[in-house]
Design a protein around this ligand. Structure first.
Ligand code: GAL
Length: 448
């Protein structure tokens, strides 16, 4: 017992020393292995305190879990190497798609206690919320200094800009419309990847007859993610995009048919979806319990990332496969994570150092291959990316690009919240007519 205690004490001292040397880069909120229990606690307080650094930066995100934290850590390590005198405070709040983080952030902003920089999606989430509420600073000087106007995609710049000034630093491009597959299970049940919803329903019969889940799903935001993909597949890119810019008709028969298809798709998902995270749902495919999962390509980071980082360590095209969800071939439904500079940021110098790291080629090359996204920048070294991400890079250049609802591109937060509320009711009552009326009302009440 005594020897065990000694070992724990030495371990903690080494950890404390590493933290002191590492520029404060140790993440505070990742799903790292649990800290040793009771006996170790007093030793931790006895370890020499790390010297406080003169400068700090507090960065807020929701990247704490498998596939998410590892990417952020890679960027934090680069930051620590480049700015050894700035302490990095990782204020990440757990919960996929920022479900919890956004609520925490909102109350901090309301209380006048902003983090220096926070994760925000390009599109209406930035323009319709943080810019509209005057909570973030324009970054035109930084963009000019760093030459970013020339290396950020022309499709993206308008989605982070107002009056010609950019308001955030995009760190990646994610694809929302991906259907992940278990190739071994598909072979076992004799099913090929469906390209339209009729084929999908036929495939489900064979998969379910074999006692497997056809399409795995998780908590409510993943149901909304599935909805936007199904609606895109049913309407096609033009009619889908028209729903968001005010020219489309939410009351149309096309939308009714799309929602009916969505209801049918839901009937082929797992019964315990509400209690599963997106990682849990993706894992059902990885384990061979489910054939398909429709999720953004952060799932690629989770499937292929190392087990040490809380990921599944699978080989792309072997342990997991991917395809455009039915009806969405040739369409890239995108979103982009970016970082802001808070108005009245407590540590503006630290924040600028962080933003420079996030926007740099080295930062994006460290982050994206691990996160399961492609660079926002157009000049990253493509050979650093795995087989799935290579296909995403090629498709981003050639596909028709549309935005994601669930991840901040297409609807301002009030509109998106209203859709989420309507969806919550629909998941309980499956009433397509009531759902469509609620969507019509939401579009009229909260246009962008
Ligand atoms: C999205 C975010 C992604 C990923 C995902 C799951 O909103 O843009 O980077 O974190 O949520 O948490």
């Amino acid at each position: 017992m005594f020897r065990k205690l000694l070992t724990l004490v030495s371990l903690l001292v080494v950890v404390a020393m590493l933290a002191a040397c590492g520029g404060g880069a140790a993440p505070v909120a990742t799903e790292a292995p649990a800290a040793p229990a009771a006996p170790a606690a007093p030793a931790a307080t006895e370890a020499p305190a790390a010297p406080a650094m003169a400068e700090q930066v507090e960065v807020f995100s929701w990247w704490t879990g498998g596939g998410e934290a590892a990417g952020l850590d890679a960027m934090i390590q680069l930051f620590a190497a480049n700015y050894p005198d700035i302490e990095f405070i990782n204020a990440a709040v757990a919960g996929g798609a920022g479900t919890n983080a956004k609520a925490v952030l909102a109350s901090r902003l309301a209380a006048g206690d902003p983090p220096d920089s926070w994760q925000a999606h390009a599109g209406q989430e930035i323009l319709g919320a943080y810019v509209a509420a005057d909570q973030i600073e324009p970054l035109d000087s930084l963009f000019a200094e760093e030459g970013w106007n020339a290396v950020m995609p022309a499709t993206l710049l308008p989605l982070i800009s107002k009056d010609g000034k950019p308001y955030s630093v995009p760190v990646n491009i994610h694809r929302a419309n991906v259907m992940w597959t278990n190739p071994a299970l598909l072979a076992e049940v004799g099913v090929t990847v469906p390209t339209n919803w009729d084929e999908f329903f036929t495939a489900c019969e064979a998969i379910e007859a074999a006692g497997k889940i056809c399409l795995s799903m998780g908590e409510t935001w993943t149901a909304q993610h599935l909805m936007e993909v199904v609606v895109l597949g049913a309407l096609g890119p033009d009619k889908y995009s028209a729903l968001w810019d005010g020219t489309g008709d939410w009351a149309s028969a096309d939308v009714t048919a799309a929602l009916e298809t969505y209801a049918k798709v839901l009937a082929h998902t797992n019964a315990d979806a509400a209690s599963l995270s997106w990682q849990d749902a993706s894992k059902l495919v990885a384990n061979g319990d489910a054939a398909f999962n429709i999720m953004g390509d952060w799932a690629d980071g989770y499937f292929s990332g190392t087990a040490a980082g809380g990921n599944l360590g699978l080989v792309p095209n072997e342990g997991y496969g991917w395809a455009p969800p039915p009806g969405t071939d040739g369409v890239f439904q995108f979103l982009s994570d970016s970082f802001t500079l808070a108005k009245n940021a407590p540590h503006p110098d630290g924040a600028m150092a962080w933003l420079k790291t996030a926007g740099s080629k080295a930062g994006q090359e460290a982050f994206n291959p691990v996160k399961g996204s492609i660079c926002a920048r157009t000049d990253c070294d493509k050979t650093l990316f795995n087989a799935y991400l290579q296909t995403a890079m090629a498709d981003w250049e050639t596909d028709t690009v549309v935005g994601s609802l669930t991840h901040g591109v297409t609807a301002n937060p009030s509109w998106a919240t209203e859709i989420g509320t309507a969806l919550g009711l629909f998941l309980a009552d499956q009433d397509v007519a009531a759902f469509q009326s609620a969507l019509v009302a939401a579009a009229a009440a909260y246009p962008n």
